[in-house]
Ligand binder design. Structure first.
Ligand SMILES: Nc1ncnc2c1ncn2[C@@H]1O[C@H](COP(=O)(O)OP(=O)(O)OP(=O)(O)O)[C@@H](O)[C@H]1O
Ligand SMILES: [Mg+2]
Length: 272
């Protein structure tokens, strides 16, 4: 049973042209942008998938639909066997809060809030859902601490975002994405704001979480990063044009170790 099942997904944006057309008896012209033109796609639990494709090919549009931030114009999307397109706005928001963990390029952490409090946040929203059991403050805290341990940040729990490196901030964001135990993690260029060392750290963390069974979908422009995932889908002009398994997956922890050795060597050379 796939976690994600997209069938014939289309997304059209209708843009009213400001110019009145004289041929149409003065009625507004409507320009239709076909951002997705019938995408079929399934993902099983435990996959680690890259979404690639040129600018304007529909990646963000697809991510917004997968993340239940937007509904398709046509087609069906079932997530964990729930048909999302038929759900009302409350159910839609519930699915988004409980089933999906978001990781953004810009981290999106609350600045005046500690790492621990940032990770606890989704658990507060969860409390508001009427059919969820209320969690005690203690249980919430325990869960958030566990998530921070999983990303290797248990010694930085009381730090504010500004007191953390970029890579550490992204780890907090990943802990926050995981704390509700979502059906999958949706990451939109998660290393876009990080240097190469931190990028490898984050890719290593994703590989480790995936090894433990987490399902991850990541948008990236970079083939080198897609090489750390297990499967690559490519969009072009709103269509899925390729879907391949990664034959020789790279190991981010090994690459990071090599990167550190190279840097130490370089530092030695510049010092002498
Ligand atoms: N809100 C909108 N209204 C009208 N057209 C839109 C809207 N959002 C996206 N589009 C159009 O839909 C197409 C797909 O856009 P999308 O943002 O999904 O591309 P992308 O693959 O994410 O590109 P990038 O790599 O540049 O982020 C583009 O042609 C874009 O101009
Ligand atoms: Mg985009």
């Amino acid at each position: 049973m796939p976690v994600i099942e997209l069938r014939g997904i289309k997304r059209e944006y209708r843009m009213e042209s400001r110019k009145k057309s004289t041929e149409n008896n003065g009625s507004d012209d409507v320009v239709v942008v076909r951002a997705l033109r019938g995408v079929d796609f399934c993902a099983e639990a435990g996959e680690f998938i890259s979404v690639m494709g040129p600018s304007g090919s529909g990646k963000s549009t697809l991510m917004n639909i997968l993340g239940c931030l937007d509904k398709p114009t046509a087609g069906t999307y079932s997530l964990d066997s729930i048909e999302t397109s038929k759900s009302n706005s409350d159910t839609f928001a519930y699915i988004r809060n409980r089933k999906i963990g978001f990781v953004f390029q810009s981290f999106n952490l609350l600045a005046r809030t500690t790492a621990l409090e940032n990770v606890e946040l989704p658990l507060f929203y969860r409390r508001r859902e009427n059919n969820e059991k209320r969690q005690s403050a203690h249980a919430r805290r325990e869960r958030a601490i566990r998530a921070l341990k999983e990303v290797g940040l248990d010694t930085r729990m009381d730090h504010f975002p500004s007191q953390l490196s970029g890579g550490q901030q992204q780890r907090v964001a990943i802990a926050r994405a995981m704390v509700n135990d979502p059906a999958f993690i949706l990451a939109d260029e998660p290393t876009g704001n990080l240097d190469s060392g931190m990028t490898l750290e984050i890719m290593g963390l994703f590989q480790e979480l995936n090894r433990q069974g987490k399902t991850i979908i990541m948008v990236t422009h970079e083939p080198e990063l897609a090489a750390y995932t297990r499967r690559i889908i490519t969009l072009r002009d709103g269509q899925l044009v390729s879907d391949v398994q990664v034959a020789e997956r790279r190991n981010a922890q090994e690459d990071l170790a090599q990167w550190n050795r190279d840097h130490a060597l370089l530092a030695d050379k510049t010092a002498s």
